[in-house]
Design a protein around this ligand. Sequence first.
Ligand code: ATP
Length: 321
Amino acid sequence: MIEVRDLSRSYGALKAVDAVSFDIGRREIVGLLGHNGAGKTTIMKMLTGFLEPSGGSIRIDGQDIAARRREVQRRIGYLPENCPLYPDVTVLEHLDYQGALHGIAPRQRPAAIRRAVERTGLGPKATATVATLSRGYRQRLGVASALLHEPDVLILDEPTNGLDPSQIQHMRALIREQAGHATVIVSTHILQEVEAICGRVLIMRAGQLALDSAIGAIGATPRLRVTLDRQPGEVREALGALPGISAVDHIGEEGVRRDFALTTEDPDAAAPRVAVAVAERGWALYALARERHDLEAVFGQIAEGGAAGAAASTQEVATHG
Ligand code: ATP
């Protein structure tokens, strides 16, 4: 759905975005992460056609944004950072104006506005003046404006910034729902947000793409964690003999539950074998999962870490992405 190739943007000598390439498929929810100034907003502005790249290309559903900016923009909904709203009009008037800007015909506008109001839960504030809205409702109005014309691509710059916990939950549910019919890119500083809603993450560092990875593959190590009710010697003997498992380490215990780490080249292939071996022996199986480091550790390593770490990670990702 979105193809970005060697995308760059310079401000004088500063390379805000430096030769970034990625592909995003239909109905993916992708999180764009990075420290302040890493280049997230600059990428989003170029994807929405509001900022000219210094180099590279962007294609949305096969159409080059440089050649067909207007057509492509019609298919994109954008919630900018600190979304600008008109303070003196009501919510419905604001949406009507946005609908006109999006080119929705006057006859179709009421239905489009009704849908957007329902989706974003703006109903109770429909006739309120924008200036009187809380931060949460202002964000909802920004999102309602972005999805009014039923875009195929939704680009949200820090959509939960400044929201309280219940507003955050509502916004995340709304974003997940959008992925039923649109491709969504969300920029955020909140790692849990990416884990909660995104299937994939792009991490920017100083203008460059340092990691492109499926969330499920993040921080995965070639080890399986298994929790059983058996003695280490017994487990080592039984599971260490399975094909593809090169080591069995006893790594902890709590009551009758003992945790083991199984080293294997291919955790996905080894897991069913472990499950069968455990079941055949009639042992209690409390847990079986790929071992992983959390996104926070991976982000710290990549966003702040040395170039070598980032390069290794990027290569790793090519197989998962
Ligand atoms: P944040 O998380 O703070 O929003 P970001 O990752 O979105 O940061 P960008 O806003 O894309 O980062 O900025 C990338 C770099 O480009 C920064 O160093 C920023 O100072 C610089 N930059 C952005 N816009 C301009 C501009 N109009 N003129 C000069 N430099 C700019």
